[in-house]
Design a protein around this ligand. Structure first.
Ligand SMILES: [Zn+2]
Length: 109
């Protein structure tokens, strides 16, 4: 009864509806692929240019926290690495940024 076992492993709120299961998936995919920290919770929800992901030897599917991305590229990120999009510079729902993220947005090479 593998199916029953795996269903029981889900939190009750995730088992109730398709929306609950979708929220569970979204909660999972927001984790840093390397250290598993929740990137939204720590304020490191950002977008960088594709060549930065390429330098890190990864694609832009999934997420990396800034620390793990910097480890991958072997240097500290700076403002020119980030796309000019609301998720990086916007206000309101986008304004939650970690100290590290804010520092990198202001950093010049
Ligand atoms: Zn990480």
């Amino acid at each position: 009864m593998t199916t029953v076992t795996s269903t029981l492993a889900l939190p009750q709120w995730a088992r109730r509806s398709i929306t609950g299961r979708l929220k569970l998936v979204l909660a999972t995919v927001q984790r840093c692929r390397d250290c598993r920290v929740d990137v939204r919770r720590i304020g490191e929800w950002y977008m960088v240019h594709d060549d930065i992901w390429a330098q890190a030897g990864t694609c832009h599917r999934g997420y990396l926290c800034i620390g793990c991305l910097e480890t991958g590229i072997g240097r500290t990120l700076s403002a020119r690495d980030f796309l000019n999009v609301p998720v990086n510079y916007g206000a309101g729902q986008w304004s939650r940024r970690s100290t590290r993220f804010t520092d990198r947005l202001a950093r010049t090479p």
